[in-house]
Design a protein around this ligand. Structure first.
Ligand code: SPD
Length: 286
């Protein structure tokens, strides 16, 4: 990567790039952390050369991973966010006045410090909100040791399943996340691209259905990610409650959203590509 010109993520023989310059690139014990400035989307973050977020393209991702869960859970007093060190997911959660305590557990302190320094608008008010409790530590260990039924919502905002995020996609981790949920709770995770990460996407949805009983992918776009076509999957034990937003909670946040609304969410849950529907229904046959 040069310090000015095209900044690209390479994936399966395709480059996904922005014109811009590298502001800083540092290596933590976990990964290479790069902050860039781009003409099109402003300042942004890459981890190990993969796009994570950018100032003028983050709302699609953060509104989408948060509001179906926060509007669908029975209660939202206690929220756990694993990953999400740029602060965007915490920021959207904390727009819900019903959230009283949010644990943000990010493994890489360098992601937090560089995001706070260069991308302060992404975490926004979350960084100074007294309800937000940041721990720099391993989210997988946190999930394994936290008490049963200690959260209303668990959100996994990790990167792709390689390096530090690899353990965020397996059965043992998902079983702990289910154990952490109170009755009426909702789990959410980014579940990769149905095009660029087809097998990971299908395996993730299938596994979540097995572990929780109910899980549904929702489809949207993050233009700088591989293929631009992305998914988030929501899961719950007592039924697909994440599909029915509580009207009062939705009203409290919808006017401040750029992408998310109850209507958009309904369409996005229904935008299941035919090949995914076939693959998932084949998986559920005895
Ligand atoms: N391929 C990129 C997957 C990244 C998911 N996490 C993004 C972090 C935004 N808070």
């Amino acid at each position: 990567m040069t310090d000015h010109g095209w900044i690209d993520e390479h994936h399966n023989g395709v480059r996904y790039g922005l014109a811009g310059r590298v502001i800083t690139e540092q290596t933590s014990p976990f990964q290479r952390v790069t902050i860039i400035d781009s003409e099109r989307y402003g300042k942004g973050l890459l981890l190990d050369g993969c796009w994570m977020t950018a100032e003028r393209q983050e709302r699609q991702y953060h509104e989408t991973i948060v509001h179906p869960a926060l509007c669908g859970a029975e209660s939202i007093e206690r929220v756990l966010v694993i990953g999400g060190g740029d602060g965007g997911t915490a920021r959207e959660c904390l727009r819900h006045p019903g959230v009283q305590h949010l644990d943000l557990v990010e493994i890489d302190g360098l992601v937090v410090s560089l995001s706070q320094e260069h991308l302060p608008g992404i975490g926004g008010a979350a960084w100074s909100d007294p309800r937000c409790h940041l721990t720099v530590g391993d989210g997988i260990a946190w999930a394994a040791t936290a008490a049963d039924a200690s959260y209303d919502v668990v959100i996994v905002d990790g990167s792709d399943p390689a390096g530090p995020a690899e353990g965020l996609f397996n059965r043992a981790f998902f079983e702990h996340c289910r154990r952490l949920l109170r009755p009426g709770g909702v789990f959410a995770t980014q579940s990769e691209s149905p095009e660029a990460f087809r097998q990971v996407h299908l395996d993730t949805v299938r596994l979540l259905r097995e572990v929780f009983g109910h899980a549904d992918p929702l489809y949207g776009w993050v233009p700088m990610y591989p293929s631009g076509w992305w998914s988030w999957t929501f899961a719950a034990v007592d039924g697909p409650r994440y599909r029915q937003p509580d009207p009062e909670r939705a009203r409290a946040v919808a006017d401040g959203c750029e992408i998310w609304s109850p209507r958009w969410q309904e369409g996005a849950f229904n935008a299941v590509p035919a090949f995914v529907e076939r693959a998932l229904s084949a998986a559920s046959q005895p």
